[in-house]
Design a protein around this ligand. Structure first.
Ligand code: AMP
Length: 282
């Protein structure tokens, strides 16, 4: 696997790869786990070549968030990406990606202020700006993102639509631990006790999804179910438990169409998110 840190070199290398077939992009912040590797596997299945990126994006972290302590495991990540068959890793520095004096940002209005965006001001502006830059630098045919970050997917789909990026966004299913906890680079922050309590996120989603499967369509009932389950773990501080439209992230009164059950909660300093997509077109 070739490792590049310069934008100019990456542009040339990506152009070369595209000449030989289709090119997939898998953006990450490193600290790779099986969730990330599932995106690589999907990219490998669909495309001739795969480029991955590792960039802990300072623009998407708030002033009191975990940018400084975000896990950085570059050597292990390179070994995992090489074993997964990635052709090129782009791992630029913050100075390379965000040059001094840069004043241009990508702002996806509305959607960026919902769910995680409501609790992390500026987060999705940071995500959209950097992903837009990666799309310009690499010009992939397809870009792979995890359903785990459902709000991020909605923001990026809107960006691609509104700004006519010539790329297909591919969403990949959430990869989970055997007990159901969604894999996340932040899970390593959890204490043993928090790790046990953290399963309440997906258990609350499962309970609501189960009700839906048995015919319940009222979002208030589904939301109350999630909230009640989450309240059974008082040390888990809920940020949101919501039933929303997966594209606009606006609240839905009922789940007769496609709907997203989404939760976010804090365990101590650690913020976790999870969701369940209800595909129901009746
Ligand atoms: P991150 O490194 O956290 O920015 O994540 C990079 C990509 O991996 C994003 O598209 C995430 O949605 C995706 N991802 C993270 N965790 C998971 C997971 N458990 N299952 C599937 N995709 C994931």
């Amino acid at each position: 696997m070739e490792i590049l840190t310069s934008i100019a070199e990456m542009q040339i290398a990506a152009r070369e790869l595209r000449r030989g077939g289709t090119l997939a992009l898998v953006p990450t912040m490193g600290a790779l786990h099986a969730g990330h590797l599932s995106l690589i596997a999907a990219a490998k299945r669909d495309c001739t070549h795969v480029a991955a990126t590792i960039f802990v994006n300072p623009l998407q972290f708030g002033p009191n968030e975990d940018f400084n302590r975000y896990p950085r495991t570059f050597e292990a990540d390179c070994a995992a990406l090489t074993a997964a068959g990635v052709d090129i890793l782009f791992a630029p520095s913050a100075e390379m990606m965000i040059p001094d004096g840069a004043t241009t940002f990508v702002e996806v209005g509305g959607i960026s202020d919902r769910l995680d965006g409501a609790h992390r001001p500026g987060h999705f502006r940071g995500v959209a700006t950097i992903v837009a830059k990666l799309f310009h630098i690499i010009e992939p045919d397809r870009a792979y993102f995890g359903q785990k970050d459902a709000a991020q997917l909605a923001v990026l789909r809107a960006m691609v639509h509104d700004l006519n990026f010539f790329v297909e966004i591919v969403a990949c299913p959430i990869v989970r631990e055997p007990d159901g906890l969604a894999l996340s680079s932040r899970n390593r922050y959890l204490t043993t006790e928090q790790r046990i309590r953290a399963t309440i996120l997906h258990r609350s989603l499962d309970a609501a999804a189960d009700l839906h499967a048995h015919g319940e369509r009222n979002s208030q009932v589904l939301t109350a179910t999630m909230q009640q389950m989450l309240a059974s773990e008082p040390t888990v501080i809920v940020e949101y438990a919501a039933v929303v439209d997966p594209d606009t992230l606006l609240p839905l009164a009922d789940t007769t169409g496609s709907a997203l059950l989404a939760v976010a909660a804090r365990l101590g300093e650690t913020r976790l998110i999870d969701n369940h997509l209800l595909g129901n077109f009746e």
